[in-house]
Design a protein around this ligand. Structure first.
Ligand code: GLN
Length: 197
């Protein structure tokens, strides 16, 4: 396939920025709120935002099980920041009742890099992304505390894992959708193309 259709989970978070980044990385991008809409996309981005709210809204909108099934079926998913939290199998510093979609055998610590006013930017070398480091924007960002054997660590910052891939699931602690540099989205679009055949 040449132009894959990629959804952006639009329950909460910076949906519009991802739709723009995906379109600029040569995908057909559309918001996804309902299970029927999930059936129509080849891959899905889970945006940055607030993962506790996203978790609650996923339950309210009947999206929790469909999203878990989407990941289990091996459909490509890319989570940024809160989205990284949502694809983690286990969380630290989260409410007991916070649900995730899972997909990556990792433990993610919420708000690990500190509060909103400790947000920062840093140059991050990401394995598989040519052309030098990407600008990592970290906003109340999580880090990956530990990973299972099938998880590939793609980037670290200050000794902490900030980008991972397991099979068709990609996750970054930072927000490439905010920088105008679409190389991480282009990598995901390639993953979706490869998975769709
Ligand atoms: N700290 C937020 C959370 O736990 C994530 C922040 C973000 O997505 N920028 O959901």
């Amino acid at each position: 396939m040449s132009t894959p259709t990629i959804g952006v989970l639009a329950l909460q978070g910076d949906v519009r920025e991802h739709l723009t980044a995906l379109a600029e990385a040569d995908a057909l991008a559309r918001p996804v709120r309902r299970p029927e809409e999930l059936d129509e996309v080849d891959g899905l981005v889970i945006p940055g935002g607030e993962s506790t709210t996203m978790s609650k809204l996923a339950v309210v909108f009947g999206m929790l099980e469909p999203l878990r099934a989407f990941v289990r079926a091996g459909k490509p998913v890319y989570g940024t920041c809160a989205g990284m939290i949502m694809v983690a199998d286990k969380l630290l510093d989260a409410r007991e009742d916070q649900e995730t979609f899972g997909g990556v055998d990792m433990i993610v610590r919420r708000n690990a890099f500190g509060r909103q006013n400790e947000s920062f930017e840093a140059a991050i070398d990401v394995a598989g992304i040519p052309g030098g480091p990407v600008e990592g924007v970290f906003i109340r960002a999580p880090w990956v505390e530990s990973v299972g054997g099938d998880v590939e660590v793609l980037a670290t910052y200050d000794g902490h894992t900030v980008a991972v891939r397991q099979g068709n699931v990609l996750a970054t602690s930072f927000h490439p959708e905010l920088t105008g540099d679409h190389r991480v989205h282009a990598l995901f679009v390639e993953m979706v193309r490869a998975a769709a055949g």
